[in-house]
Ligand binder design. Structure first.
Ligand code: GLV
Ligand code: MN
Ligand code: MN
Length: 423
């Protein structure tokens, strides 16, 4: 039995087929996918995943914030070892972000079912609500509520930019479940994900053993000036919200470049009102995304940005209101699991590199309640959150095999327990 378990491999074609089938839901016709959290397309994606879970005889439960968990019993009771990710996407998403982690989890289960293997500990596959945060902030909202980092009431009251309430959308699409949150901590959590950056491909590695996730700071800046005639208003008499927004956008980039050391800063959304050729903008709204692996450095960048915003707005006589959208400190993953992922990859002769994640992930929330790690596979040209997002099929399958064997070890199915129960 042990030798057979050691030699198990996922069915790559079946994994790729499921990825294709899920990518057809909310397809944007250019290779990309749009399934913003809790839209009809998100519901259709969830429905398909739940159907597959039921086909695999998983016990499906949905909690009050809409997280879906498919569970498979083990030979012993206790909290499950969990894998999973998300199936919501950004509006211009690719086909692998999130989806790979969920569908590789199902592929692991199907591989075990086919081989007649019951794991020692129970195994579960999670699908977390609103990971992307594009429609409802913060990102990773479902997993944050799952672990008790945000109350259910706060999560349900999250509003989209156009004022829609998350709880109402959850009801509308039929995913307001009954399982209470926070949910019981898993024994351990491992998430497979595409890297979404250029490191693995550039350096020739197939697997990333993720050591942690960098800190994330999101804010929305609302600027209020005065609308006026573009031809008659002298430059020194303007209160131009559009100008201030543009100065912030360029200033934020300058700050990131000046600080260096891995600081990244993005103004990804910028809107003007009334947004007309011959009117000085009365209002402007922009978002600022700042990230750094070191909390102290992230705070310094935030302070520099706050100073910039205050200074340029004051000079132009524009009022500023700032809304905090998300703030997560850097997360360090469990060393035992990082070593395990690296060891499993090395055993399979896959070139593996330890690395910090630049993107946010549900795993960073689960890390608050149980030993957690992640497995990365390369992203072609480092492109993600884009319809052309691509990972070589061999790499997708290699990642799923590393996930399979990592889970076999964490569930004690390949040898004695290496990881203590959840903390
Ligand atoms: C969330 O997925 C992010 O990293 O933006
Ligand atoms: Mn993702
Ligand atoms: Mn994403």
């Amino acid at each position: 039995m042990t030798a057979a378990v050691d030699e198990l491999a996922v069915d790559g074609d079946r994994l790729l087929r499921r990825l294709d089938d899920l990518a057809a839901v909310g397809s944007t016709g250019d290779g990309g996918v749009s399934r913003l959290a809790l839209t009809d397309d998100d519901r259709a994606g969830r429905d398909l995943v739940v159907e597959w879970m039921e086909d695999l005889d998983l016990e499906v439960s949905v909690d009050r914030i809409g997280n879906i968990v498919g569970s498979r019993s083990g030979l012993t009771d206790g909290p499950p070892v969990m894998t999973g990710s998300h199936v919501d996407t950004v509006a211009t998403g690719g086909r692998y972000d999130g989806n790979l982690g969920v569908l590789a989890g199902l592929e692991v289960v199907e591989t075990l079912v086919e081989a007649g293997v019951t794991t020692q500990r129970p195994l579960a596959v999670g699908v977390f609500t609103d990971e992307e945060g594009s429609r409802f902030s913060p990102d990773m909202l479902g997993s944050l509520v799952y672990v008790g980092g945000m109350t259910l009431a706060e999560g349900l009251d999250a509003r989209s930019a156009d004022g829609v309430r998350l709880g109402d959308e959850l009801q509308r699409i039929g995913y307001a479940g009954v399982v209470p949150v926070p949910r019981t901590a898993p024994a351990a959590f491992v998430e497979l994900h595409i890297e979404q950056g250029p490191v693995l491909e550039t350096e020739g590695f197939t697997i990333g053993a993720v050591t942690g996730v960098q800190g994330i700071s999101w804010q929305r800046v609302l600027l209020t000036g005065q609308a006026n005639h573009a031809g008659t208003t002298p430059m020194h008499l303007r209160r131009d919200a559009g100008y201030v927004a543009a100065a912030i956008a360029t200033g934020v980039r300058r700050i990131a470049l000046e600080r260096g050391g891995g600081t990244v800063a993005t103004v990804g959304s910028l809107g003007l009102d009334p947004d007309l050729v011959n009117v000085v903008a009365r209002r402007a709204e922009l978002t600022i995304d700042l990230r750094h692996p070191d909390e102290r450095e992230l705070r310094l960048v935030e302070a520099a940005v706050a100073e910039l915003v205050a200074e340029v707005a004051a000079t132009e006589g524009v009022e500023v209101a700032i809304e905090r959208l998300a703030r997560f400190e850097p997360v360090v993953f469990d060393e035992t699991i990082v070593d395990l992922v690296a060891g499993v990859a090395a055993d399979r002769d896959l070139p593996v590199r330890r690395m910090v994640s630049g993107a946010g992930h549900d795993a960073q929330m689960l890390a608050r309640v149980c030993p957690t790690g992640m497995i990365f596979v390369p992203s072609h040209d480092g492109i993600s959150h884009n319809p052309v997002e691509h990972t070589d099929p061999d790499d997708l399958v290699a990642g799923a095999d590393v996930l399979l064997h990592t889970l076999l070890i964490l569930t004690d199915t390949r040898g004695p327990g290496r990881v203590a129960d959840g903390r």
